[in-house]
Design a protein around this ligand. Structure first.
Ligand code: ADP
Ligand code: ADP
Ligand code: MG
Length: 659
């Protein structure tokens, strides 16, 4: 294989852009592919050339192996990088790419087959003397699994052999539920991976997820690049990763590294891959699986090693020997990555959709993203919006940088996890490095930020100056203690903020402060109060021209989001009351199961409908005890957010109906 001239990335979003970045630096041409739904996105606009594959669903676009290879042929690309997810771990695709005369920027298909699924990978690890989690990976019928689970005792973890992304995995604490759990896991495995094979593992209590990055060439060199700590997870999916792990010293690093290298060597691995381990509280460690692709969290390894993993992958695909040996790998400093996702932590992390009214991430950090302000996030793909990566001289330094980066970042328009990430970055246990995969479950939901009324009032003053038509305000003012006229009032939570014409002063809780708008930008201003100047930001939800009565404006409050509403001079009509007992889709999704029928009596909290949204199943529960009076959906229905699914007529309403 000669030198690569043009790379097609068979992926979307941040990872497509990240691969393009290295290609551009190396003088390599870039080709994007995209679904119809993604035709207007950043990775398409940025590539030298792009081919729209059609469809919106992954199976109609990014998973169409033939169409991707045809796109490479049409554009003259000579190599394909698969990114992660989609076709990245599909050995047939890797073979088809090579059969078409293209370079495959990934591991050999044979290595993918040996390691891609969890059952053969576990068996291989065991045969090499690498410890695996005690469990069952024998003949796979329901009865055998159930019997093995009874022998092992609770808690057990049921896993899909072909699983990934934390999907198709179920913890069972009460073995009376094992049969139901096996059936559900198999259903998810078939639907998600087209492969229903399952295995069991003992559930390791209070574990850390620690993984080792390896890179290997076609000449037998295998090097490990140290570990990443990925213990902060929800739904068995990582949301915060760091390198190195605060729990790993030189000895454990060498042990895990040796095990990872041994596995990679055993299968003739090439390119970048990750060997995942679970490490118990006593330092006992077990092989989990190997991900035969570039991982989402690879940037933290890049940050501490100074290497560009995509550059190394390209060199390996060109047949070059690795430019580094194990002795050249030096870890410098500490790096942390957080995954900013379109998901609602308060509603079981259900994926959210909507427009990015504001999307402004800290400029000091490395930000890997494929979306921009103004984009609309749809329901078709995973929920990752951006990765924010910081590096510091040591862990404390990296943590400090992370807090500031997240505080300054601003996302508006849909539910997201930035408040949760900020909370984690300020959490005492996290700062102390006391982590295990149960961290988030124990820690609970993000705490609402303290109400920064003073900051909101300053932003309202700037908005008054920028967006209110001063002439129209004349004559509607009220006065406090003889001060200048308040010409506009704003609702901020339960508080009311008054602003004077042109934002010359603000009135909060009966006291007035004068304000000077030093400079005005588009959605930003500099404000001076009490001799201190500060920058403030706001965003409107699409409106242009003077602000309308009742319009909401989003604010950045320095380290949190907020909003103010221009209070209308005439009160609006009361909103129609929601019917109690309605079970409404919390987001767009596909109905996977309907658990009740009309006439059935249900307890409060009983599961009514299983909705799959953003590739995860969510059980929607009855908000009240009562009788089902209507069922509006059947399994397979695609529904919009807000659609009434089931109506329950009951007497006592209870809170917290989303479970
Ligand atoms: P990482 O270890 O790189 O964080 P994850 O397991 O979180 O990887 O998955 C990375 C991405 O790839 C996610 O978007 C996930 O949805 C997707 N993914 C991972 N494995 C699979 C798979 N087997 N099939 C489909 N998508 C997958
Ligand atoms: P996936 O392919 O979905 O990434 P993994 O086997 O890598 O599946 O596991 C994902 C996560 O699930 C781990 O990071 C860990 O949090 C949890 N997990 C997996 N196996 C176990 C286990 N045996 N005991 C406890 N937690 C586990
Ligand atoms: Mg994994």
């Amino acid at each position: 294989m000669g030198s690569i001239q043009k790379v097609l990335v068979a992926n979307r979003g941040e990872i497509a852009r990240r691969v393009f970045r290295t290609c551009r630096r190396l003088g390599i041409g870039t080709v994007a592919v995209a679904s119809d739904a993604d035709a207007g996105t950043w990775h398409v606009a940025e590539a030298d050339e792009a081919v729209i594959l059609g469809g919106a669903a992954a199976r109609d676009s990014y998973l169409r192996a033939d169409a991707v290879i045809e796109a490479a042929r049409r554009t003259g690309a000579d190599a394909i990088h698969p990114g992660y997810g989609f076709l990245s771990e599909n050995a047939e695709f890797a073979e088809a790419v090579q059969a078409a005369g293209l370079a495959w920027i990934g591991p050999p298909a044979s290595a993918m087959r040996a390691l891609g699924a969890k059952v053969p990978a576990r068996q291989l690890a065991a045969s090499l003397g690498v410890p695996t989690v005690p469990g069952y990976d024998g003949p796979d019928d329901d009865d055998a699994l159930i019997a093995a689970a009874r022998r092992m005792g609770a808690p057990v973890l049921i896993k899909a052999s072909a699983g990934g992304g934390g999907r198709g995995m179920r913890r069972v604490d009460d073995l009376s539920e094992i049969a139901e759990a096996v059936a559900a896991a198999r259903r998810e495995a078939v639907a998600g991976f087209g492969d229903g094979r399952l295995l069991l593992e003992r559930y390791v209590e209070r574990p850390r997820h620690i993984e080792v990055q390896v890179i290997a060439d076609a000449h037998g060199a295998v090097v490990h690049l140290g570990e990443r700590e990925c213990s902060i997870q929800r739904r068995h999916q990582k949301i915060v990763e760091e390198a190195p792990s605060p729990a790993v010293g030189p000895e454990l690093r060498a042990q895990l590294g040796d095990a990872a290298v041994k596995l990679a060597r055993a299968v003739g691995y090439e390119s970048a891959g990750t060997v995942e381990f679970i490490v118990g509280p006593d330092g006992d460690w077990y092989f989990l699986e190997m991900n035969t692709r570039l991982q989402v969290e690879h940037p933290v390894t890049e940050a501490v090693t100074g290497l560009d993993l995509v550059e190394l992958q390209i060199a390996v695909a060109e047949g070059k020997p690795l430019p580094i040996g194990q002795e050249d790998v030096v870890l410098r400093g500490h790096a942390v990555e957080v995954r900013l996702c379109a998901e609602d932590p308060a509603r079981d992390f259900v994926g959210s959709t909507g427009p990015l009214v504001a999307f402004d991430l800290d400029a000091e950090a490395r930000v890997d993203t494929g979306v921009r302000a103004g984009d609309v996030i749809g329901p078709h793909y995973d929920s990752l919006l951006a990765k924010v990566i910081v590096r510091g001289e040591d862990r404390a330094d990296a943590c400090r940088r992370l807090r500031r980066a997240l505080g300054r970042s601003w996302v508006v328009g849909l539910a997201h996890n930035l408040p949760l990430l900020r909370d984690i970055a300020a959490d005492e246990a996290w700062l102390a490095g006391e982590l295990d995969t149960g961290f988030l479950g124990r820690r609970g939901l993000p705490r609402p930020p303290p109400v920064d009324l003073a900051r909101a009032a300053s932003v309202a003053a700037a908005i008054d100056r920028a967006l209110l038509d001063t002439d129209a305000q004349v004559g509607v003012g009220w006065r406090i203690g003889g001060a200048a006229a308040v010409t506009a009032t704003w609702g901020f939570g339960a508080e009311v903020i008054g602003t004077e014409a042109d934002g010359a002063g603000v009135v909060v809780g009966g006291s007035r402060r004068s304000v000077r708008v030093v400079s005005l930008g588009d959605g930003s201003a500099q404000i001076e109060e009490g001799g201190v100047r500060r920058s403030v930001r706001w965003a409107r939800d699409g409106g242009t021209g003077p602000l309308a009565d009742g319009e909401t404006v989003w604010l950045h409050l320095g380290d949190a989001e907020g909003m103010v509403r221009l209070l209308p001079r005439f009160p609006a009509l009361p909103a129609a009351e929601e019917v109690p007992g309605s079970c409404v889709a919390p987001s767009p999704g596909v109905v996977r199961a309907v658990a009740v029928e009309v006439g059935q009596e249900v307890e409060a909290g009983a599961v009514l409908v299983v909705l799959e949204a953003m590739k995860m199943e969510h059980a929607l529960r009855s908000p009240v005890a009562g009788v089902v009076t209507a069922v509006r959906v059947v399994p397979g229905d695609a529904v919009d957010g807000g659609t009434l699914l089931v109506q329950v007529e009951g007497s006592q309403a209870v809170a917290g109906h989303f479970g």
